[in-house]
Design a protein around this ligand. Structure first.
Ligand code: 5GP
Ligand code: ZN
Length: 114
């Protein structure tokens, strides 16, 4: 989508600190990290949020999870543990309306979140 921030990152209009990329998924460092590791993993197709996942596009969720697992291993946070979050909608705290998964690690994460 032309006015979507993450679509602009995908097409190179806006730069990012890339961590991983394949034909379907892009991962990059969050601009405002909340932990020593804070990576955003996004589908290259524009999907607004988890609410828009359906039988026809849900294959991407598997791909994203495989990428998250690889990144966690590569960054050596897999053993100590990490957290994966997708904020959905206004009360969920979603500020960018392109599906994304936060991968947080490298510190002891508190629960429950605020
Ligand atoms: P949300 O609040 O929608 O769950 O997460 C959006 C995330 O995108 C936030 O953690 C925010 O810091 C990050 N973000 C917003 N704009 C940019 C940007 O231009 N570049 C990068 N790398 N991250 C961004
Ligand atoms: Zn988008």
């Amino acid at each position: 989508m032309s006015d979507c921030l993450f679509c602009k990152i995908i097409n190179g209009e806006i730069p990012c600190d890339k961590v991983f990329e394949n034909e379907k998924v892009l991962a990059f460092n969050d601009i405002d990290p909340q932990a020593p590791v804070h990576i955003l993993v996004i589908p290259k197709v524009h999907i607004e949020s988890l609410n828009d996942i359906n039988q026809d596009n849900c294959e991407i969720i598997k791909e994203i999870h495989l990428v998250i697992k690889k990144i966690a291993k590569d960054l050596k946070i897999d053993r100590d543990g990490y957290r994966v979050i997708t904020n959905c909608g206004e009360l969920g705290g979603q500020s960018v309306k392109h599906l994304h998964y936060h991968v947080l690690g490298g510190r002891n994460l508190k629960w429950p979140p605020g």
